[in-house]
Ligand binder design. Sequence first.
Ligand SMILES: [Mg+2]
Length: 384
Amino acid sequence: MHTIFHLDLDAFFVSVERVLDPSLEGKPVIVGGDPEGRGVVSTCSYEARKFGLHSAMPIRQAYKLCPQGIYLRGHFSEYIHYSKAVKKILEEYAPLIEQSSIDEYYIDFTGCEKIYGDFPKFALFLQNEIKEKLSLPCSIGIGSNKTIAKIGSDFKKPMGVTYVAPGDEKKFLSPLPVEKMPGVGKVTLKELQSRGIYTVGDIAKLPQDYFATDFGKSGLDLWRKANGEGTEFLTIKREQKSISKETTYSEDVVDKKLLEDTLFNLTSKVAQTLRDNNFMASTIGIKLRYSDFQTIERAKTIRPTDDDKVIYETVVDLFRKAFTRRVAVRLIGVHLTKFANFAEQGYLFESEDEKRKKLLKAVNIVRSKYGFGSVQLGSLKEAD
Ligand SMILES: [Mg+2]
């Protein structure tokens, strides 16, 4: 029997904002941008939820419901910092951790009962550790697989601990509304309700074939999960350490303009790889090898980004400071490191306008369809 914990930080972005500014405690706080803007609520405090606010609600609508709320753009690099700090605490106790988003962690404690004793008590201990060391509240679900653990962490929030004993999976799931099942979105929910299926128990009672035929593979998956099954193993991704791209010239180059053009192309390539992987980089570096083989590397750490323009400006700045000899260059390269794998959430906190974000997305689509050369940074510059 496996024992999986799912730890979910409660209203994470708001909780971090409260660490940074304790005067926000007890107030309706909304993270996700300017109330006049077009953004959506990223996270809101439990006080704000009393006004009917929830994640993904358009900010303007939220503002109508709760004009007295405190609306913040958010501090994305702080969220990454705290997200890592939580993982560090967990690593002191856990043999295996899968971080599934910026504020969610699966932890495999299978076979650890001899070390940690009673699991619910141990969950309270972990919760307390994180609260004491980082002032962040979290909820924990414990179950025999990932699905049960995840539904469990959402069952009592904030600061909840939910333990589903082995064998009790179906009993626990049965009364829950179907939308509590991971993977049941608006469309599936409507479809299920139109068939008179409202609770997870309703799904479990029906024959397996009913779902397999009408909903395909995902239906079968849903039926299995409703019956208490789920994945028992964590997915541990190997961290990619860096993205880099280099060019060796067939003839050594001394022309600064040509070197900068090359850097420009290399930047576009590494930035595209970065976005393809949903990463953000915070350390930008260059490499120069002169014709006499002297090699220079320079790097700079900036706010996490996946934006060509920001990366290129940093690259050129590094290059101009490093390229001091009037000697021809043989090789030139760009590298990015220190990734945050939460680029999507990060977009919400970039201060530049919507247009630019959409453009970047469009550039990626065009590039992947027609090849990298079809859209260059020049078009991005014009957009500013
Ligand atoms: Mg959370």
